[in-house]
Ligand binder design. Sequence first.
Ligand code: NDP
Length: 450
Amino acid sequence: MEQSQNPQVNEFMTKVIAKNPGEVEFHQAVFEVAESLIPYIEEHPKYKKGKILERMVEPERVLMFRIPWLDDKGEIQINRGFRIQMNSAIGPYKGGLRLHPTVYLGILKFLAFEQVFKNSLTTLPMGGSKGGSDFDPKGKSDSEVMHFCQSLMTELYRHIGPNLDIPAGDIGVGGREIGFLFGQYKRIKNEFTGVLTGKGLQWGGSLIRPEATGYGNVYFAKEMLATKGFDFKGKTVSISGSGNVAQFATQKATHLGAKVITLSDSSGFIYDPKGIDAKKLAFVFELKNIKRGRIKEYATKYNVEYYEGHRPWGIKCDIALPCATQNELNGEEAKILIDNGCICVSEGANMPCTPEAINLFHEKKILFAPGKASNAGGVSVSGLEMTQNSMRLPWASEEVDKKLHEIMVSIHNTCVKYGKGDDGYVNYVKGANIGGFVKVADAMLAQGTV
Ligand code: NDP
């Protein structure tokens, strides 16, 4: 674990690590927040006296359960399911479900912890949670995914509800999985409610929800660039991942006149120097969302380079949008990006940049946005989906997109308010941490020792 210059941070982290052994991603997320917040809390004794940060690192509730299901061969498979209900001070728990073989308690606690700050930043009334399973959807048939989702929901349904905890998608959970989960919830509970977000348009979903995280990230980066008098037009953009967030970040960046030159998956990345235009992106949508193939097939189809086992950060670009997974951009890669003239890094994924990478971006005064601010568009439109479900009225896509845009601008303003230093450089990490903290902390103080 990294050491802080601030002994109070190290003292705090020693306790967190002792209480949560082995949960390295959770330690990393808490450390980053503690670095910004402990000095702020020292200046605001009410939060110190109320032990708000100490309370916030302890989930309100952790659920862990068995998910047995039958595969296509009739064999029994057993996975482990989780739901971390982290904080409900400002609204019902809200956060995605992740299906990936790497899922364990430490990853979901880091994601749930980040989600509390992110949801607070959106200005909507949502607490924070996260869940998922170590199930690997890769190579599974639709029928196997359905049986798994039904078994997961057969336990999860009793712990969630439209006024209690509202799950959504994340890695490995898209429209198909939300459909299976929603169907099983409805069947068990015998009611049609907005208990999940990311639903299909015909059954309670919101327009722009699939686009929201990727679009929101580009809207946020656009605001950052504007502080320096830049925009996306004519810029070269490198994106990692090729799932939901990466696809729509590519689309929006291209709409704004940029050229997106890379996409990746866990096997490698493609480099298309001519840019991934609308036609090529349509191929990626089909490849990833329907055929569920590998990004390598793009290289074969369009005769471009494919780098097996590598990440895209060695390719020269103006803007980098890491949109795959945690810790996918390290210190060495950050140095290469900076040396190649990159001016802006905006996280589409959660915690994709390592602490060493973030330190370098700050040192070199590169525009850098942490995911809890820049990828908050997804949960924001989930919040708008909840509103539409409560009203039983759908909004037009222009209206949702406009609201998404306004929310991203507002999050950017909050980060600037709390993160701008004396030299004018905005530390968006500090801004997002303090901006997200204040609302939750004040609500916790108002609600007593809970
Ligand atoms: P998807 O499952 O749609 O796509 C994930 C992409 O990341 C795939 O290309 C996948 O490749 C790649 N990936 C996953 N794990 C790894 C790994 N260990 N190493 C390298 N590549 C990997 O997920 P999303 O696009 O929804 O999510 C991407 C990120 O964005 C996550 O960090 C998520 O938490 C975050 N996020 C998502 C939101 C949403 O609304 N969906 C909201 C806010 C944040 P492969 O197919 O090979 O696994």
